[in-house]
Design a protein. Sequence first.
Length: 274
Amino acid sequence: MMASTITIEPQTNKNKKREIDKQKDTILEIKDLSIFYGDNQAVKHATFDIDEHAITALIGPSGCGKSTFLRGINRMNDLIPIARNEGQIIYEDINLLDKNINTIALRKEIGMVFQKPNPFPKSVYNNITHALKFYGKRKKKQLDEVVEESLRKAALWDEVKDRLHESAFSLSGGQQQRLCIARTLAMKPNVLLLDEPSSALDPISNAKIEELILQLKEDYSIIIVTHNMQQASRISDKTAFFLNGSVIEYDETEKIFTNPAHGKTEDYISGRFG
């Protein structure tokens, strides 16, 4: 692969740590973003800013563009031949839609966890270290440290520390999803994209995922697609309501759920459609 003309440098831990009482900075600027699959416009002229070290929920009925929007942020839609983008997604003064972007570097900075747990057919340990080895980290002590750190951040270490060399498929569904989160965290991203990460899980596992997400926002900026209105209201700071590819309303979550500005938002929140 040719070297990218755009460099994405990781932020330092110092820059990640923020005082609770400081005003949120913007981590992503979405500017007139449209995403197409052939002639079908799946996302229509989205424009809004996403806060740093906050949880942003994307809600709306099935097929409204939420997941397409989420995948557009780290260019996962590039894997679909008929997909194309218009507009801008600005991250650290870089337009992520620039054709010269190094998407491998981008996906290290902006990691993604999918709806269904998708561990590799490897041990728990090797799930965490697989990508690290690809990037040249091979010293066992260093790998051991990253494995433990990542699993602790994913609230999984105590459950699997004696099972690191067992197959990841031996874990429960909720544990597998937290392993996938740990695998993403091992790459030291700044932004986490979560596409309905707990929709396939039981209520107890769902509660653990929600608790984990709330803890992770201290160090990461999180964007989550969810069909669960209660989940969005419990864990998110801001909410964007998508309908037919358009962002109908974007505001503080409390306002969206208690006093929405748009009638369509109120209809969806109240269950009149969707």
